[in-house]
Design a protein around this ligand. Structure first.
Ligand SMILES: Nc1ncnc2c1ncn2[C@@H]1O[C@H](COP(=O)(O)OP(=O)(O)OP(=O)(O)O)[C@@H](O)[C@H]1O
Ligand SMILES: O=P(O)(O)OC[C@H]1O[C@H](OP(=O)(O)OP(=O)(O)O)[C@H](O)[C@@H]1O
Length: 209
């Protein structure tokens, strides 16, 4: 079978991804998410795994440095990468939402300010609604922004809702559901179909079990 390269997002979804691989019979020798190693091979060396920062996975796949990627839909949408989004792996399930102080009005006359780690998704969402906004790009602890007057609201991931709750914020509007996806480089999908298609099918079956 022709070998292919798989980019897997580091971070909170990594262990579940490796667990899913194991479930479908693909074992990466010596893999531990705490290791400093960045390249791993499965037992028969037909899959090379690259362990990369989540936000970079769509870039690896779009540019063909990896044929296949496993990463959150948030990163796929934010990158606007030209890749096939093939399969919902049902890992890392959460929701994109607009959040703010209770009663915050998102429909004011003048443009509101939104703080977010996801400026592209935020821009696209509000421009579809025909609403002008200002965006403040932050890299984390986004929930602080409405508390200290840096922004009127945030666009961020909500999973348990604990972070919002502990900071006195609420969901004002749900944007869309997010989960970990299988993405594929468009050329690889055609050229390496003999190895990539069976991999997709195994994953599909594994998800049904
Ligand atoms: N509660 C959550 N918060 C953030 N991401 C979540 C959550 N639940 C699931 N996810 C998924 O996990 C991915 C984030 O993983 P992680 O937080 O490890 O990465 P990261 O944000 O790139 O890391 P870092 O904070 O080190 O930059 C997201 O892209 C999202 O798809
Ligand atoms: O609804 P919850 O279960 O509380 O999860 C949501 C929180 O988790 C993420 O932050 P993360 O832990 O990645 O930290 P960050 O502030 O550095 O982005 C996300 O940005 C929210 O802040």
């Amino acid at each position: 079978m022709e070998a292919f390269t798989l980019a897997v997002a580091k971070g909170r979804t990594a262990n579940q991804t490796i667990h899913l691989m194991k479930k479908i019979g693909i074992i990466f020798n010596n893999f531990t998410s705490s290791s400093r190693k960045l390249v791993f091979y499965n037992s028969d060396k037909t899959i090379r795994l690259l362990f990369v920062k989540a936000v970079d996975v769509p870039t690896y796949v779009e540019r063909g440095a990896a044929d296949v990627g496993i990463v959150g839909k948030d990163n796929v949408l934010e990158s606007e990468a030209d890749v096939y989004d093939i399969l919902d792996l049902r890992i890392g399930q959460c929701t994109f939402a607009i959040a703010g102080k209770p009663g915050e009005n998102l429909n004011k006359e003048k443009p509101i300010t939104i703080a977010t780690k996801y400026p592209t998704i935020t821009h696209n969402y509000f421009s579809k609604k025909g609403k002008a906004i200002h965006i403040v790009k932050l890299n984390g602890s986004v929930e602080l922004a409405p508390l200290i007057g840096l922004a009127d609201a945030i666009v961020d991931i909500v999973e348990t809702g604990n972070t919002l709750k502990e900071n006195g914020l609420v969901v004002l509007e749900e944007v869309e559901p997010i989960s970990t996806r299988l993405i594929i480089n468009k050329a690889s999908f055609a050229i390496k179909s003999t190895s990539i298609q069976p991999f997709i099918e195994k994953l599909r079956l594994g998800l049904e079990e």
